[in-house]
Design a protein around this ligand. Structure first.
Ligand code: GAL
Length: 388
């Protein structure tokens, strides 16, 4: 609340050519002042020109509740991007932002949300561990008139969801499926055996990723084994892939892994089983480790989701809501039914990334730097891929 975007400016003209501009704000803790001086004012009669606009003040704190830490994006991108945007808008992130991470536990997240409300949060930005269980959080918030932004994952079954911000998640699955199918076709493999390593069964996104991938691959490949991976855990993905390899006598032509973490687990399992030639493996999130595996030829593709615009849109909405302002309607580009209501939504577009377009997507956007990706172990692979 220290930094108010709007300040009240009182201009006091004390002499014909002496203009003194002093700024005051409606709150006790202004940190920003604006002095406005115009030629007209300077030449005006020596009277007092006072412009007084009541500066809006934040009604409380903003809480951002993220689901886990094993996937790099949350603490490497979502949180810092969200904070940076709030700061730019003039919000005091040091004192008025509450951050909690549930480490994959839905009941922990419930407690964290309750604590945030007790500690003064008047807006919740919630990325639910469990899309159904989180309805209880949104219902509680609604009973206290606290708006809830469903961040990246949909909160289902509650009319307490104010906005939803995410990507076209079915399209994520389609991009994965199509890239895998194209590669298998290119390799000339007929009736390929594909193992599906899906995401967490409690994550609505995982359901959508899976749906999109099946839409593309069903009827074109044999779904040899399929797993939903609790908590999106890379370790569990590794166990699943180990089981699949045993059951299939190591005959796997492709792996539809839902994100880079599960892809890493599947690849570790295949290396552990002694496979020298790895089949194409998909991914998602454009994590540094995923991109490095792509460069090393271990992972075929990832899906890049530009998190900055997602986090910034969430910050903009949260800021408006905490300031008691109505967010600009042009921010919203659709609605999403969550089983209870149509939630006004901001849906962004995901992009498929293979070795060929790492530079024009991830690096061009500044999502990762060349230095982060092209560490000594990957320097040669970077050169070979033309990344400098
Ligand atoms: C999804 C999210 C992905 C990935 C995954 C695991 O909901 O959209 O980007 O991070 O969860 O946390």
């Amino acid at each position: 609340m220290k930094k108010n975007l709007l300040v009240v400016v009182s201009v006091l003209l004390v002499a014909a050519f002496a203009l003194t501009a002093c700024a005051t704000t409606a709150t006790a803790t202004p940190t920003e002042t604006v002095a406005a001086a115009t030629t007209e004012a300077a030449t005006a009669a020596a009277t007092t020109a006072a412009a007084t606009t009541a500066a809006p003040t934040a009604s409380g704190k903003i809480a951002i509740l993220l689901p886990e830490t094993k996937t790099a994006r949350y603490e490497a991108s979502d949180l810092p991007d969200f904070k940076a945007k709030l700061s730019d808008l003039g919000f005091d992130v040091d004192n008025d932002l509450i951050y909690s991470n549930a480490n994959q536990d839905a009941s922990t997240q419930q407690s964290q949300a309750e604590a945030a409300i007790t500690n003064g949060a008047t807006v919740l930005v919630l990325d639910p561990v469990d899309s159904d269980a989180a309805a209880a959080i949104a219902d509680l918030a609604k009973s206290k008139n606290i708006p809830v932004i469903s961040y990246d994952r949909l909160i289902k079954g509650s009319d307490g969801v104010t906005y939803y911000i995410s990507f076209d998640n079915e399209q994520v699955g389609k991009l994965q499926g199509q890239a895998l199918l194209d590669e298998l076709t290119k390799e000339g493999i007929t009736n390929p055996q594909v193992v599906f390593i899906n995401g967490s069964p409690t994550d609505n996104n995982a359901t959508l990723f899976k749906k999109g991938a099946h839409e593309v691959l069903d009827g074109k490949v044999t779904v040899a084994k399929e797993y939903d991976t609790p908590d999106w855990s890379p370790d569990k993905a590794q166990d699943e892939m180990t089981q699949a390899l045993t059951a299939l006598n190591n005959k796997v032509d492709g792996v539809l892994a839902a994100n880079d973490g599960t892809a890493g687990g599947a690849i570790a399992a295949m290396k552990g089983a002694g496979l020298t030639q790895l089949p194409p493996v998909t991914g998602q999130d454009a994590e540094v480790a995923g991109i490095q595996r792509i460069l090393a030829g271990e992972q075929f593709m990832t899906v890049y989701k530009a998190i900055k615009p997602e986090a910034e849109a969430a910050a903009t909405l949260a800021y408006d809501l905490v300031m008691g302002q109505t967010p600009d309607a042009s921010l919203v580009n659709g609605t999403t039914n969550n089983g209870k209501i149509d939630v006004p939504s901001i849906l962004l577009t995901p992009v498929a990334v293979t070795k060929d377009n790492i530079e024009s997507t991830i690096i061009a956007d500044g999502f990762h730097t060349v230095a982060e990706i092209c560490t000594s172990d990957f320097a040669d692979a970077c050169t070979a891929a033309g990344i400098k």
